[in-house]
Design a binder for this molecule. Structure first.
Ligand code: FO1
Length: 305
């Protein structure tokens, strides 16, 4: 068993590479649910959907989230009814939020996700980080914002001086997550945002403890290449939090949990700073701009086991 810890787009792409590189071994992807929220009365889990759509080869290649070639007729009608439309829900995408919201009345999020993933033909196990609600909250000069308010509605323009994960202290691990971590021979920290994507996963106290005590080898991939995040507000966010926005800055956040660290070859000169933390360092091409590069990065990751 290989276990990946993932946020949205970057984690989904590496998970795709891992899944397609594994012959008989199973992949379990533990996914951030700190971004989940209710809109139009629907339970929306963007990172779970991004991982499922990517593994099902349905994802919109332009954005990485949502479904390829989707249309937005329902959203246009919602606008006529005076409903908020800052969160772009496509017509095909809408179905998963309807189904999930309905199924959640009877089942845990882990069970609902398994049903949806199976329906899409996904071969890997997609595991929400917890069945309890954990909500990422962003602290800004304008006060505390709900995650999607900060990320999508306000377009990541606010200065971030803190992040908190409401509910994390009370959240527990599902039996499915515990079993996956116990069986893992390799745990992969995907190149997702360490603050708002991997951060919520590790904020569940049992998760941190279960990863720390797992027998598996543990490897992280840098989401920062040459001082730039591949996607999203990571660099500004790390600066706002007083962290160094670089591969070594990310490695420091994970140093107590991982054995090895993969950074981009453009950052190879920073390897000694990471080796000084006691980690094995590998430099390679980490930008997953096409399918063959996803597989390449996955193979370098799997070689760490
Ligand atoms: N991200 C955006 O920047 N704008 C959107 O309108 C948007 C809609 C959306 C709909 C479904 C879905 O699964 C994801 C969506 N995302 C959108 C992405 C998502 O909210 C964020 O990228 C993640 O929460 C951060 O990982």
């Amino acid at each position: 068993m290989i276990v990946a810890l993932s946020g949205g787009v970057g984690g989904a792409k590496l998970s795709w590479g891992l899944e397609r590189s594994l012959a008989n071994e199973e992949l379990a992807v533990i996914v951030n649910t700190g971004d989940d929220f209710i809109l139009h009365g629907l339970y929306i889990a963007p990172d779970l959907d991004t991982v499922m759509y990517t593994l099902a080869d349905l994802a919109n290649p332009a954005t990485g989230w949502g479904i390829a070639n989707d249309t937005f007729h329902a959203l246009a009608m919602l606008e006529r009814y005076g409903q908020p439309v800052w969160f772009q829900l496509g017509d095909r995408d809408l179905a998963i939020h309807l189904a999930r919201t309905n199924l959640l009345r009877q089942q845990r999020l882990t069970e609902v996700t398994a049903t949806l993933a199976q329906a899409l033909g996904v071969r890997s196990r997609i595991l929400p980080m917890s069945d309890q609600r954990v909500e990422t909250r962003i602290l800004t000069p304008d006060g505390e914002l709900a995650f999607q308010d900060y990320f999508v509605r306000r377009r990541q323009q606010d200065l971030v001086h803190g992040v908190r994960f409401q509910g994390a202290e009370q959240a527990t691990l599902s039996p499915e997550v515990l079993a996956a971590l116990a069986q893992a021979r390799l745990i992969v920290f995907c190149p997702s945002n360490p603050i708002i994507s991997i951060g919520p996963i590790l904020a569940v106290p049992e998760m941190h403890a279960a990863i720390a005590s797992a027998q598996a080898r543990k490897v992280a991939v840098s989401p920062i290449i040459a001082g730039q995040a591949v996607k999203g507000p990571l660099v500004a966010m790390m600066q706002g939090l007083g962290l160094e926005p670089s591969a070594p800055g990310v490695a420091r956040l994970y140093a107590d949990l991982v054995d090895s660290f993969i950074l981009d070859q453009q950052d190879a000169h920073l390897a000694p700073q990471i080796a000084a933390l006691g980690l094995k360092v590998t430099a390679t091409n980490t930008l997953m701009s096409d399918h063959s590069r996803r597989r390449h990065l996955a193979e370098v990751v799997l070689a760490q086991a």
